[in-house]
Ligand binder design. Structure first.
Ligand code: PLP
Length: 351
């Protein structure tokens, strides 16, 4: 039976979105090229080199090393893996704020690394004193998040970089979601702002590339070297990715999406979605809900469970933070008209 894919109209919780039309077409053309074997598939390999350079432009890194991963989870796992492999200790630990994505517990378990999760401050950002207290001689990596999954917060990246440097650890910034919004903001989050070693930045989120297209970037080639294994039966001699065979669709789609949108269209999207987030926050506040100020296009608001459930029954795709606030992720497909229709439904169901 023919099934239709998800209609994004009522999707307010997801970090996926409608791909850019040019990206959709490019992805279709490269479905079976395997960038995991660049010597056999040189065209997709060249496109991947271009994507890494384009991502470098976006995150302020002149000579980037990296690759197009399957998503933020793979990039975070690989960043931890590289840090573990480079660290001079038998019992490495990673220090991350509690706002860090659940891919870090996965990484810690798979890699046998201790994950030290530390509290965030009153504004949901990494608490520097707590990070400093957790870091020690066995710390391989300190994590900062630039655009947290639940509240869209940006950690104090330059100060985290200083803490990492003092401990001889790597500083990883997870900008999987925020990376395509942040270049148009005054936040200090990128390789240009601080001594960042590695970064996750995902074209398949705000970048509007088709899934799967994540990005792992590193300042130093040693990071990729620390991930490489020998690949005897391929035309290519070594591979640094976690996946073996990868779909060229992610690479080609990311290339076309970034080529079409960086920087002007991405900037327009950011301006529009930040204005929509500010508007939604004001509308919810006017109705008496407690709202977390949107520093990026992501709103969290305390909506009672009964109303939340009634909205889900009306087919709104919404989710809550661990503490129970409803999240609204202002992805590129979310329009002011959609938000107005959501508020109409909210007004109908509220007490
Ligand atoms: N990092 C952050 C900050 C995220 O918000 C997400 C997903 O939303 C991820 C990593 C994981 O990305 P993926 O689902 O593409 O593996």
């Amino acid at each position: 039976m023919q099934r239709d894919p998800q209609d994004f109209d009522r999707v307010l919780s997801s970090m996926c979105t409608v791909p850019h039309p040019a990206a959709r077409d490019a992805a279709m053309r490269f479905l079976s090229d395997n960038p995991g074997d660049p010597a056999t598939y040189p065209v997709i390999a060249e496109l991947e080199d271009d994507v890494v350079a384009m991502l470098g432009d976006i995150v302020g890194l002149d000579d980037p090393h990296g690759y197009v991963a399957s998503g933020g989870t793979e990039s975070n796992i690989q960043a931890v893996r590289a840090a573990r492999n480079l660290a001079d200790t038998d019992s490495p630990n990673v220090v991350a704020p509690e706002s860090a994505h659940f891919s870090f517990p996965k990484a810690a378990e798979v890699l046998g690394v201790e994950l030290r999760t530390v509290p965030t401050d009153a504004d949901h950002r990494a608490d520097l004193d707590a990070v400093a207290a957790a870091v020690d001689a066995d710390t391989a990596m300190v994590v900062g998040v630039a655009g947290t999954t639940e509240f869209g917060r940006v950690d104090p990246v330059p100060a985290l970089a200083d803490l990492a440097r003092d401990a001889d650890a790597l500083l990883h910034v997870d900008a999987a979601w925020g990376g395509f919004y942040l270049p148009f903001t005054p936040h200090e989050w990128s390789f240009a702002h601080a001594d960042v070693d590695t970064m996750t930045v995902d074209p398949h989120k705000v970048g509007r590339a088709p899934v799967p297209a994540g990005g792992l970037l590193a300042r130093d080639s040693r990071v990729l070297d620390a991930l490489a294994v020998a690949t005897p039966y391929l035309e290519t001699r070594s591979q640094a990715t976690l996946n073996g065979t990868r779909s060229g669709a992610g690479v080609a789609g990311a290339h076309a999406a970034i080529d079409a949108q960086w920087p002007t269209e991405y900037e327009d999207t950011y301006e529009r979605q930040q204005a929509n987030a500010d508007w939604l926050a004001a509308e919810l506040d006017a109705r008496g809900y407690r709202v977390t100020d949107p520093v990026l296009p992501l709103v969290a608001a305390d909506i009672p469970t009964r109303e939340f459930d009634a909205l889900r029954d009306r087919d709104w795709r919404i989710s809550t933070t661990a503490a129970g606030e409803t999240r609204f992720v202002l992805m590129p497909h979310v329009t002011r008209d959609t938000l107005a229709r959501f508020l109409d439904d909210l007004d109908t169901v509220r007490d």
